[in-house]
Design a protein around this ligand. Structure first.
Ligand SMILES: Nc1nc2c(ncn2[C@@H]2O[C@H](COP(=O)(O)OP(=O)(O)OP(=O)(O)O)[C@@H](O)[C@H]2O)c(=O)[nH]1
Ligand SMILES: [Mg+2]
Length: 646
């Protein structure tokens, strides 16, 4: 069990750790000279004879300017030891450290009222009783409300043995609990790096999850210059002993091959390659500390402390303009530098000048979107992500992810070893080789939308066979991915809710059926239309040439259009598909030319009159082959006019 000290400067944290373990953690010359702690200190009480587990202590500085160091030390702490000097009582950093522990969710703790030897004998009893009352009310609203209070003196040794016994008992209870959650992937927030003669680069920290073995390949992330770096574990010290193996909750030092000392920094993580990530946008649940005097406004610049990192950024509230003290809300952290963070990680926000701890955050999604971050759909996803149980959380998330959940990314965000480890609901539909998961209701919704939009399309364009798949996607679900859209369309075709003729999609009842007379007329129309080249005959001309009633020619051409053989470019002027394909090829060539695809260039390239050239281009826009940007026409990327299956 890792025990982290907390408390105001000079209240006796380091001295108490020494009294408990015999280890002096203030080792820097500057610490000795000034009599204060500056860096994190580490001390161990070796495993006892009666099967007592080893105790690890992280001793933090109390100086208000060193809170970032305290925060790095507090990460991964299972048990807090809040130290309060009997003569001083609670002081500003007693309160701030308590706030930090509470916001980080450290729920196990012990309070040591120390320096009791300094109290006057005559007033000692009432003073201690008064302190007990004071501390109880201070602790009441925090995560340490139930922490027992011990009265000790590191100078005389009074109460030290009882405190040590209590901590060992707690560690024993903790040990049996920790053994249960062994299936996680390795993650270690680095709080210190140094070089050891004969060993090389060493990084230390408290293992946040999983376990590590000598020889393991790890990734340092964000890594040197923001570039993730592969490293290999050459050696391990766990709880101050050489080891082959170390696991969650232990403090360890890793000797790393593949990286120089000055390339490793506090704030980096050493983690299994499967979960490595770096991000500058994190969606969180934020809670403003109740003692804050003012509401927190959206967009406020903050210092973000997550893991052992300390970066600047801003907090954007997603549901409201400001947050009142003591309240929680959904928010997005927008960071200036990349960090690693995973679902459920907790951190602390300090104000822009880093003088006050103002809020706590819990990571909901390290892959937060920049666009659509305020939409009701996104907020529903975040509410789902806030659920504590993983399986329940994913089921709810899937319900609110109509275009499918990217499985590999979700597994990484959860810190899981493989996409397969993600506990998706039984009825989840897996698409694209399992890359995308979808709730059945979401697929039904998408299919219903596709059919509804197709119906609209038929109503608006009764003489066209239907859109191709891409065009229908633009109409129904422009944000749907290729794999999902293809899956939905194929399924609709399989169930005969949708029909496909050539590359065109249509409702089955929309297809034209021609009777024998119509079929005969069509056979005579086809060569004439083809022979017309880029300027095929009008309905009127065809009727005259063939000696057939105009109405009958018009109806047959409409049937050909509904079968996808021809398109009506303007009223009563039908182009065969083959002709349109040749025109499309010319349009594509024009776009490649310096001037781009303009009416004049297209007119010259096709030899059409100006008016007809414009009509054809407008037709291209209408069917989605091109789109108009001012007076130019741009081909839609990846769209072939009629040879488009996607
Ligand atoms: N009389 C008496 N003095 C103590 C006791 N514990 C600590 N001190 C003294 O209080 C001073 C501060 O002790 P530290 O242990 O360095 O305090 P700290 O909380 O670690 O201080 P920072 O790390 O700088 O925040 C030292 O001079 C200690 O000798 C105690 O139980 N009794
Ligand atoms: Mg100290």
């Amino acid at each position: 069990m890792i025990i982290g000290t907390a408390g105001h400067i000079d209240h006796g944290k380091t001295t108490l750790v020494r009294a408990l373990t015999g280890v002096e953690t203030d080792r820097l010359p500057e610490e000795r000279r000034r009599g204060i702690s500056i860096e994190l200190g580490y001390a161990y009480l070796p495993a006892g004879d009666e099967g007592a587990p080893p105790l690890g202590f992280v001793d933090v500085p109390g100086h208000e300017r060193l809170l970032h160091t305290m925060l790095a030390g507090a990460t991964g702490v299972r048990h807090a030891l809040l130290v309060v000097a009997a003569d001083d009582g609670a002081m500003p950093q007693t309160r701030e450290h308590l706030a930090v522990l509470s916001l980080l969710g450290v729920a196990q703790g012990t309070v040591a009222v120390t320096k009791i030897d300094r109290l006057d004998h005559a007033t000692r009893t009432p003073r201690l009783a008064q302190l007990q009352r004071e501390l109880r009310s201070l602790l009441a609203p925090t995560s340490l409300a139930d922490a027992p209070i011990f009265e000790v003196s590191a100078a005389t040794g009074e109460g030290i043995a009882a405190l040590r016994t209590h901590l060992l008992e707690r560690a024993r209870a903790e040990g049996t609990r920790a053994a249960a959650d062994g299936a996680q992937v390795f993650r270690l927030p680095i709080d210190r790096a140094f070089t050891l003669a004969g060993v090389g680069t060493v990084a230390t920290g408290t293992i946040a999850s999983g376990s590590v073995r000598v020889g393991d390949e790890l990734v340092l992330t964000p890594g040197p210059g923001g570039q993730p770096r592969s490293v290999r574990v050459r050696g391990i010290h766990a709880q101050n002993q050489p080891a082959e193996f170390a696991r969650a909750g232990q403090r360890c030092a890793l000797a790393l091959a593949g990286v120089a000392r000055d390339e490793v920094h506090r704030g980096d993580w050493a983690c299994a390659p499967a979960v490595a990530l770096s991000t500058t946008r994190i969606d969180v649940q934020v809670r403003l500390w109740p003692d804050e005097e003012r509401a927190l406004r959206s967009g406020t610049p903050v210092h973000v402390h997550l893991g052992t990192s300390d970066v600047v950024g801003s907090l954007v509230l997603l549901e409201q303009g400001s947050l009142a003290p003591g309240e929680s809300a959904l928010a997005q952290l927008v960071l200036h530098t990349g960090i690693a963070a995973w679902h459920g990680d907790r951190g602390v926000l300090r104000d822009a000048s880093a003088t006050r701890t103002i809020a706590g955050v819990r990571v909901l999604d390290p892959f937060a979107p920049q666009r659509w971050r305020h939409t009701p759909e996104r907020l529903a996803q975040l509410a789902a992500l806030a659920l504590p149980q993983r399986a329940e959380r994913l089921a709810a998330l899937l319900q609110h992810t109509p275009l499918g959940l990217a499985v590999a990314q979700a597994a990484r965000a959860e810190g899981l070893p493989t996409p397969a480890a993600l506990p998706l609901p039984q009825d989840a539909i897996l698409i694209d080789g399992g890359a995308l998961a979808l709730a059945p209701a979401a697929l039904q919704g998408l299919e219903a939308l596709a059919l509804a939009r197709l119906e609209d399309f038929h109503q608006r364009h009764p003489d066209e066979i239907g859109p191709d798949a891409r065009r229908l996607r633009r109409l129904a679900a422009p944000r749907a991915g290729d794999a999902l859209w293809q899956y939905a369309i194929e399924r609709l075709i399989d169930t005969q809710a949708l029909a496909r003729t050539g590359h065109w999609l249509h409702l089955p009842q929309h297809a034209a059926r021609m009777d024998a007379a119509e079929e005969q007329l069509a056979q005579r129309l086809r060569p004439r239309m083809a022979d017309g080249g880029f300027d095929p005959p009008w309905v009127r001309d065809l009727a005259r040439d063939l000696g057939a009633p105009e109405a009958q020619v018009r109806q047959t051409l409409a049937s050909l259009a509904r079968r996808g053989e021809a398109f009506q470019v303007v009223k009563d002027l039908y182009y065969p598909v083959a002709t349109l394909e040749r025109l499309a090829a010319i349009a594509r060539e024009c776009e490649g030319q310096p001037g781009g695809l303009h009416a004049a260039a297209f007119r010259d390239a096709t030899g059409l009159g100006r008016k007809r050239a414009i009509q054809v281009l407008e037709f291209f826009n209408r069917v989605g082959f091109t789109r108009r940007v001012r007076d130019a026409h741009l081909l839609r990327p990846g769209t072939a006019l009629f040879t488009d299956g996607g």
